[in-house]
Design a protein. Structure first.
Length: 173
């Protein structure tokens, strides 16, 4: 699904290294999720608080890239450089609930599936770090780290096709 590396950005390689990491049920908390909260300077000490922005921010900080340093997914709408379209490794921000609301979801673009859904590597997708397809109609924006060279090509036509089960993500909190 996401095995062969094709010059992916360092932060995407780091993000992929956490595939399968999960929340712990009950009173115990995953130490890595708690560490990500600390890296982005968020006050949380659990893995029950929606942690997609903690994952994205923690991964970026681990790669010496300043994150939005916010636990809010939509904080990434103003972070870094705006991209006109998707690119492998781009941070993608989605609305949750309603487009004009406050809640959202954030993850990393890895490609598109056979139905042209966006394939996203993200945290807190079904309480774990997973790759899931997302409907492009939920996208609020694509962002790229400020001091990293912008991708030469963006857009859905430039994305690799990644096999998916076609079940759109609906569990991001």
């Amino acid at each position: 699904m996401f095995n062969e590396s094709s010059n992916r950005p360092a932060w995407l390689e780091k993000a992929a290294s956490y595939l399968g990491l999960r929340e712990y049920p009950g009173n115990k908390h995953n130490a890595k999720i708690v560490e990500w909260w600390s890296k982005i300077r968020a006050p949380f000490t659990d893995d029950e608080t929606p942690w997609c922005a903690g994952y994205v921010g923690g991964v970026l900080e681990e790669c010496s890239i300043e994150s939005s340093r916010s636990a809010a997914a939509r904080s990434y709408c103003k972070w870094g450089q705006e991209l006109a379209g998707p690119a492998v490794g781009a941070v993608v921000v989605f609305w949750r609930g309603k487009p004009e609301g406050w809640s959202g979801h954030v993850g990393f673009v890895i490609g598109k599936d056979q139905a042209n859904n966006l394939m996203v590597l993200g945290g807190n997708q079904g309480n774990a770090v997973t790759i899931r397809p997302f409907d492009v109609s939920r996208v609020l924006g694509f962002r790229w780290p400020k001091f990293e060279p912008r991708p030469s090509v963006t857009g859905f036509d430039s994305l690799p096709v990644v096999k998916s089960d076609g079940q759109l993500s609906t569990n991001e909190a």
